[in-house]
Structure formats: structure tokens, C-alpha cells
Design a protein around this ligand. Structure first.
Ligand code: A3P
Length: 279
């Protein structure tokens, strides 16, 4: 299984940068930003490979790409610093990664928005691995499972807390980001990410407006409207356009009842109590 092969066989380098997330929390956005920040000297913004390539083909997933294709892929040729992504919880990361000095960026999102985003994504791509013959879970059924922690890559609260605690213990190694904060002030976060991975923007770059240029290049609207993201697929059959739906904060209000939101509030209070994480 790709997850087990990744756990067993991956050898981290201290220079690696790993992007971790629960699916539908802003992975695509962070991939675009990370790639642009790291490669800003190689490619100017108007020559960026992002203009013609989906972000998932610039920063590849360890378990959905490399280890899905091969038990022990040769990652020696990946350009350094190697940029990877994973949806694995921190608790399940390979020991080689934990023991290395590589950097981990984590992005989380309001769980209700994440749930709605995932539901729409699965419907659009007809991905219901547990339900054969195209049978689709009802909305209520899916929400109940979500509240019970039945979710790809484990209950979201364990996922969040794993990386949250790691970021508190090791702030130089794990940067915990929230989708909502990134939407509110993308420039601040772009600078923060660059500093965190050891590639801070120089004064000249800032004066030249590069932080804003990268932020605009990777914005929802810009990426969504690119030809490459309107068409095409990645990782086999995932439609590129299914990655760019609305990009809003609070879209859950259009799908979930106040009672469902209340149920989630109670779950969050219980699961996050005792931690300093506030969503
Ligand atoms: P919505 O379905 O709420 O629109 P992931 O990349 O982890 O799969 O997450 C997908 C979600 O991020 C989708 O949310 C998508 O629209 C949003 N998204 C994709 N690119 C984005 C960008 N550049 N800026 C902000 N949100 C983006």
C-alpha cells in the first residue's frame, strides 16, 4: 500500500520541505505558493510554470503520486530543495522525516468548509471508493460520518492536533497555517512562509513588489481562469477544475443547517479542549 511504502521507505533530507494537510484545506494554493517562493530566482512571475501547469504537477504528493507508482521510488533526481506533499497525520509520518531537520508546512481550514469542499470535490470527480456502482452517500450520512471521525487520513481533530502540537514543540520545523488567515492577509503569510523555509524576501525583492506578484499569481481567481486548470486531469482522473470551486470562507452556511453547525461546535469544544488551538 502506498502509505505503508511511504512510511517504510522514505528517506528525508534536511533540506526537504513537506506540505501537509487534510484534503480540501488549501493544498493546491499552498503548492502554488511554495513552488513560486522557492523558484522565484529561476522563474520570473510572468514566466512561471504555474501558468501552464497544475500545481499538483509541480509539487507531487508522496502517497498519491511517488509511492502510488512505486514501492521505493528513486527521489534522488527531484530538484532540491525537494518539495513534497502529504495528507498523512503527523502521528503517522515516517520516522526519517521526524528525525530529519526538514521543514513542514501545515495548512488547516474550518472543518465545515473543508467538509463541504470535499463533498463537492468527490461528487464532481465521482470518487466514492467505499460505495460501488456509483451509489452516493447522502449529505446527512456523510456529515454523520465526518462527525464520528470517519474520514480519509483519520479524524480531522487528530490531524490538526498532531501538527499543532508539533508546531508548538518545534516551531522552527513545523509552521501551522490557517486557510482563513491566508485569505485575510496573503502577503503576510507569503513572507512568513519564505522566512520559515529559510528563503526570506530581500529588501530589493520586497521593493520590487515580488511578494504581491507571487500572491496574485497564486490567487484563486488567477489559477482558476488559467486554461490548464479549466481542463485536464492529474493523478489519473482528478479534474483540474474540481480544485478551484469557490475559494470562499464560510460557504458551509449554504449547505449545513444551524443544528449541524451546533453539533460541530460541540465536537470541537470537546476534541480541542485542553489544547490552545482555536479554529
Ligand atoms: P472550495 O471547494 O471551498 O472552493 P485542496 O487544494 O486542499 O484540495 O483544497 C481545495 C479548496 O481550496 C477548494 O475550496 C478550492 O476552491 C480552494 N482553492 C484552490 N485554490 C485556491 C487558491 N489559489 N486560493 C484560495 N483557495 C483556493
Amino acid at each position: 500500500h502506498p502509505l505503508l511504502c511511504f512510511q517504510r521507505n522514505f528517506k528525508a533530507l534536511d533540506t526537504d520541505v513537506l506540505l501537509a494537510s487534510v484534503p480540501k484545506s488549501g493544498t493546491t494554493w499552498l503548492k502554488a505558493l511554495l513552488f513560486s517562493i522557492v523558484n522565484r530566482v529561476r522563474f520570473s512571475v510572468d514566466q512561471s510554470p504555474l501558468l501552464a501547469t497544475n500545481p499538483h504537477r509541480l509539487v507531487f504528493s508522496l502517497e498519491c503520486f511517488y509511492y502510488a507508482k512505486h514501492d521505493n521510488p528513486d527521489l534522488g533526481n527531484v530538484a532540491q530543495p525537494r518539495l513534497f506533499s502529504t495528507h498523512l497525520p503527523h502521528q503517522a509520518l515516517p520516522s526519517s522525516l521526524i528525525e530529519s531537520n526538514c521543514k513542514i508546512l501545515y495548512v488547516c481550514r474550518n472543518p465545515l468548509d473543508q467538509f463541504v469542499s470535499e463533498r463537492q470535490f468527490l461528487l464532481k470527480n465521482r470518487l466514492w471508493p467505499d460505495k460501488p456502482y456509483g451509489e452516493v452517500l447522502s449529505f446527512d450520512e456523510a456529515f454523520d460520518m465526518f462527525c464520528d471521525g470517519v474520514q480519509a487520513f483519520g479524524p480531522f481533530w487528530d490531524h490538526l492536533l498532531g501538527y499543532w502540537n508539533a508546531s508548538l514543540e518545534n516551531p522552527d520545523r513545523v509552521l501551522f497555517l490557517k486557510y482563513e488567515d491566508m485569505k485575510r492577509d496573503p502577503l503576510l503569510k507569503v513572507k512568513k512562509i519564505a522566512e520559515f523555509i529559510g528563503l526570506p524576501f530581500t529588501e530589493e525583492e520586497e521593493k520590487a513588489g515580488l511578494v504581491g506578484d507571487i500572491s496574485r499569481l497564486c490567487s484563486f481567481k488567477k489559477l482558476k481562469d488559467l486554461e490548464i486548470n479549466k481542463n485536464g486531469v492529474h493523478y489519473g482522473s482528478v479534474k483540474n477544475n474540481s480544485l478551484f470551486r469557490k475559494g470562499d470562507i464560510g460557504d458551509w452556511q449554504n449547505y449545513l443547517t444551524p443544528a449541524m453547525a451546533e453539533q460541530m461546535k460541540t465536537i470541537l469544544e470537546a476534541k480541542l479542549s485542553g489544547s490552545s488551538l482555536i479554529l
